[in-house]
Design a protein around this ligand. Structure first.
Ligand code: ZN
Length: 315
């Protein structure tokens, strides 16, 4: 069987979770410290991949102590309940605003059904509630000792969602940023064309909050960013620069679409067009596999942008 585990150095591994049945989409990070710690579970369909990866790393499931989710969107935390059933000693750590939705996922399920429609069942089912005693809230400035020499710290990083936190790891001087610092397209970076795009999913996207969170992370002067999608980059300044470039453009395109009475499908098409133009100038072939993912992402991004503008203009 093909390995789905990659070492990222500094005792950190990523297990590909094949979210949406696609490779290099969403991964679970494993920090092999005194207490085995997993950051992000992906949806339930990723859990068998995580179990296989842990086996490959020769980690006993009883030794998994911490399961951290950056936020409660199902592609990051939907599998936490199922994974916990396999890891009897683990606790689940989550933003204080997310805790009750892990304990009772009904609103989460309804929200995802609104975005994903008919594909919900194949992509996200089942979503198991997590017993209250296994859920621990971590707010801004809180820490978690995972080893003799390592204390992780939690930062409140809204923008993509209000229940979003990032986790700083002092050993690698790196930070797990979920979706707040956007999406990294691994196949493009491997081809020498790094692309980092904001993730503006419904329905709590807020560009001002996102920009503050980006600036806050930037001030930490980390060496590495561990993305929710996908894997890690040491090209950190490029990440900040690109997000600061694309974020206002995304909102501007949304405003234009709104003025002309266009819907999210048409907005997503114009976003894809802008990104394709940019990549074309960098010499990326129009048949590059990254485009499939970009198209998918822009569909969801467009919904969140229009959502944000409509709500903002109502105020
Ligand atoms: Zn995500």
């Amino acid at each position: 069987m093909k390995s789905n585990v990659t070492s990222l150095g500094n005792r950190i591994f990523i297990i590909d979770g094949y979210d949406l049945h696609m490779p290099e989409r969403t991964g679970a990070y494993v920090i092999v410290d005194d207490d085995i710690t997993i950051v992000e579970t992906g949806p339930s369909l990723s859990v068998p991949h995580i179990l296989q990866g842990l086996q490959e790393l020769q980690i006993q499931l009883e030794d998994v102590r911490n399961i951290i989710v950056t936020h409660i969107h199902l592609d990051h935390a939907g599998g936490a309940g199922l994974l916990l059933q396999h890891c009897p000693q683990a606790k689940v750590y989550v933003h204080p605003k997310g805790a009750r939705h892990l304990i009772n996922p009904s609103r989460l399920i309804a929200g995802a059904k609104a975005v994903y429609g008919d594909t919900f069942d194949t992509l996200f089912d089942p979503i198991y509630a997590i017993p209250e005693e296994n859920v621990i809230s971590k707010g801004d400035g809180d820490t978690l000792q995972i080893g003799q020499y390592c204390e992780l710290s939690f930062l409140d990083t809204p923008g993509h969602a209000n229940h979003h936190m990032s986790i700083y790891d002092p050993i690698s001087n790196g930070i797990f940023t979920g979706d707040t610092l956007g999406v990294r397209y691994q196949s493009l970076e491997e081809n020498g064309v790094p692309l980092f795009l904001p993730s503006t999913s419904p329905n709590q996207f807020n560009p001002d909050a996102m920009l503050s969170s980006i600036n806050r992370v930037k001030k930490l002067q980390v060496d590495k960013i561990y993305f929710g999608h996908y894997s890690a980059s040491t090209n950190v300044n490029e990440v900040y620069t690109q997000l600061q470039y694309w974020l206002p453009r995304f909102v501007e395109e949304g405003e234009k679409a709104m003025r002309h009475g266009k819907d999210h499908t048409s907005l997503s098409e114009s976003l894809v067009e802008q990104i394709s133009d940019h990549l074309h100038k960098k010499g990326v072939s129009p048949s590059h596999p990254a485009f499939t993912m970009i198209q998918l992402d822009m569909k969801i991004c467009a919904m969140g942008i229009l959502d944000y503008i409509a709500e903002r203009d109502e105020r």
